[in-house]
Design a protein around this ligand. Structure first.
Ligand code: SF4
Length: 415
């Protein structure tokens, strides 16, 4: 990450910040009608009202208690739609994707909202002007991107989720007291990149290190306890630490924070192992701080899935964008217990026996053969979805399952 971080814009080049409130009552009335029209599902609402379970013939479908759009995503979508209403004639851009869902991003594209590269400040940013509007997505963006947009004089509509900003406040506090932020997350994820830029602090002298897996955490813990090969360390975490980060200097005081959408149990384990390592080295935990920054929505969806898994089911379908971190963690939880398929939409259910899905281990979309849906016996299918998945995609999945089981949409709607 350090090697790709864009250079900060010099203060003298910065123009005045232009931020606007696009959520006026008149605008929001129209926006809410549009958003409902695009993403609402009467069947999902009906299922919710029936404690998430419906049985027709020998097919039972169960929905997790918490699934789909979270408050942060709803707000980001509202703001993006409102921007189009408030600036009907202006060019509107978006840094990367508003959220990790193809369907939502397609709708924004249809509204003429153009996605800008999010990995680096490319020349497209140089071409932005004062009449342009730029939307910052729910995951936020690195400080250098915001500086650049302001320097170009654009109007900024910032949809960053409050829970993400909470993490930023925490890592900034770490940097002020000389504590290196250990960020549990994916180094290349938009949110983690944004958080890492805040971990440098206002004076840009702070440090961070991104760890993704328990194996990464163990490697760091070993280094904390007894040191090791500095070059090997830096190679292993290449792209995931601040400029001039030195494991021999900057692991003296560490503070753990996490990408808001990580697997809670894994984050807790990483916190525990890091703390133990510091205690072994120092004889106390004064060189260790931590703050649980997993957001409420992520936690609720994981907890709801654990609850759903307490009763037996034959198969779990997890609906969401393949690049959605919180959705992938739901898949991880499910696949430990039963056949679980990570699908981006109902179109992945190709036939009774052919399911196209994302394999988290191979990191690619594959096609699998399964006899579960074609069974003559009574079956129970569980469905859940990540925080960026709209209800209409969940409804299509529910209807497709019943259709394959010989039950058409009208029957489901009237049940
Ligand atoms: S998943 Fe959590 S952090 Fe991300 S937008 Fe939703 S509420 Fe905010």
């Amino acid at each position: 990450m350090s090697s790709t971080s864009p250079a900060p814009v010099p203060p003298e080049k910065k123009k005045k910040k232009k931020r606007v409130n696009v959520r006026t009552p008149e605008v929001m009335e129209r926006v809410q009608a549009e958003v409902e029209d695009h993403y609402r599902s009467s069947i999902v609402e009906k299922l919710r009202a029936r404690a998430g379970s419906i049985t027709i013939g020998n097919t039972t479908l169960r929905l997790a208690k918490q699934f789909g759009f979270c408050y942060g995503v709803e707000r980001a979508i509202d703001l993006a739609y409102a921007s189009r209403r408030v600036f009907p004639e202006n060019r509107i851009f978006l840094i990367g994707e508003i959220i990790h869902n193809q369907e939502v991003n397609r709708q924004l594209e249809e509204m003429g909202i153009v996605s800008l590269p999010w990995q680096e400040i490319s020349e497209e940013y140089d071409n932005l002007g004062e009449d342009d509007v730029v939307i910052v997505p729910a995951f936020g963006a690195p400080i250098a991107f915001l500086d650049k947009i302001e320097a170009q004089g654009c109007t900024m509509v910032d949809t960053t989720c409050g829970d993400v900003m909470k993490v930023w406040r925490r890592v900034k506090t770490y940097s002020k007291s000389g504590v290196t932020s250990i960020i549990h997350g994916k180094a290349g994820h938009e949110e983690t990149r944004a958080t890492a830029s805040r971990a440098l602090g206002d004076d840009k002298k702070g440090h961070y290190l991104v760890v993704l897996t328990l194996a990464d955490a163990d490697y760091v813990c070993d280094y904390i306890r007894k040191g090791g090969d500095r070059d090997e360390f830096l190679k292993r975490f290449e792209g995931g630490y601040s400029d001039e980060f030195d494991p021999d200097l900057h692991l003296a005081q560490i503070g753990v924070a996490n990408q808001t959408t990580m697997l809670k149990s894994e984050t807790e384990e990483i916190q525990k192992r890091m703390c133990d390592a510091v205690i072994t080295r120092d004889g106390n935990d004064e060189g260790y701080q931590m703050f649980d920054t997993i957001c409420g929505a992520t936690q609720e969806r994981q907890d709801a899935l654990f609850e759903m898994l307490e009763k037996p089911m034959d198969m779990l379908l997890v609906v969401g964008g393949y690049n959605s971190s919180n959705t992938a963690h739901l898949v991880e939880i499910g696949e430990k217990e039963l056949p679980t398929f990570f699908i981006r939409s109902s179109e992945c259910l190709k036939s009774l026996e052919d399911i196209v899905h994302f394999d988290l281990h191979k990191k690619e979309e594959i096609s699998s053969y399964s006899e579960i849906l074609s069974s003559d016996k009574p079956i129970t299918i569980g469905v859940t979805a990540g925080a960026s998945c709209p209800n209409n995609l969940i409804e299509n999945t529910v209807l497709k399952v019943f259709e394959f089981r010989g039950i058409d949409a009208a029957v489901v709607e009237s049940s």
